[in-house]
Design a protein. Structure first.
Length: 247
């Protein structure tokens, strides 16, 4: 296993515990991001359906609005200059709010009428019905345009966020988690190797101690047979311990 395939850490119990906690955190993060991506995809498809529906309706509404404009001009004559002279401020305004979807703030546009209708008395002389129908049709068209702008903005925002979220999910799933797992495997292998080496070392030390003890026992037996060794009672106060062996 090359160093590029794993995290550069010293194999120890502490490093193993740290890598296990990092792996658990990565798996939890992957699960949460996956759920977030699914929620965003669901809202994305809903918005796409609404956009298609609104665009289909927009064609019919605009066709009706243009037709009602032609009717009003036919009934009352050209009234554009009268409207332009009397305009002081916008009656239809747009306000914005935010809709939170899985931690993503989507801008929502809403149209509203500011003040009263300045053209309530327009068309009293002639063409009043046509002008009323004209205002209603264009108000509906403006409302649909605002809704469509809101849906398009949310659509673009969600598209970017979904791409970023999917990249993060793929990075955690295919890069981060496998790298941590390879690091854990490396640490476990090294620790097992150390335990085997330690067991082998202790085993060799015990064998050497046994050989030394057997030689001492044999020597004592020879001296005792020759009458040169007199056994004495052991002193409990003596600090009797084995000498350290280097292996």
């Amino acid at each position: 296993m090359s160093g590029k395939d794993r995290i550069a850490v010293f194999p120890s119990r502490m490093a193993q515990t740290l890598m296990k906690s990092r792996l658990k955190g990565a798996q939890t993060g992957h699960s949460l991001l996956k759920k977030k991506a699914d929620a965003l995809q669901l809202r994305f498809r809903q918005i796409l359906g609404k956009i298609i529906e609104t665009k289909s309706l927009m064609g019919e509404v605009m066709k009706e609005a243009v037709f009602s404009l032609a009717e009003a001009k036919f009934a009352t004559g050209d009234f554009n200059h009268v409207v332009l002279q009397n305009v002081t401020k916008a009656q239809i305004k747009v306000r914005t709010r935010k809709d939170n979807v899985a931690g993503v703030n989507l801008p929502i546009f809403e149209s509203y009428q500011d003040g009263t209708d300045a053209y309530e008395l327009a068309g009293l002389s002639r063409g009043g019905q046509q002008l009323t129908r004209l205002k209603k049709n264009y108000q509906k068209a403006v409302q649909l345009l605002v809704d469509l702008a809101s849906l398009q903005t949310s659509f673009i925002t969600l598209d970017e966020v979904i791409k970023i979220t999917n990249r993060r999910v793929n990075a955690i799933e295919h890069v981060i988690i496998p790298r941590i797992e390879r690091t854990l495997s490396y640490i476990t292998t090294e620790l097992d190797e150390r335990e085997r080496e330690e067991f082998y070392r202790l085993k060799k030390i015990q064998e050497k101690k046994k050989i030394i003890k057997d030689k001492q026992e044999a020597r004592k037996a020879v001296l005792k047979a020759e009458g040169l060794l007199i056994e004495q009672a052991g002193n409990l106060l003596d600090d009797d311990r084995d000498e350290d062996l280097l292996f």
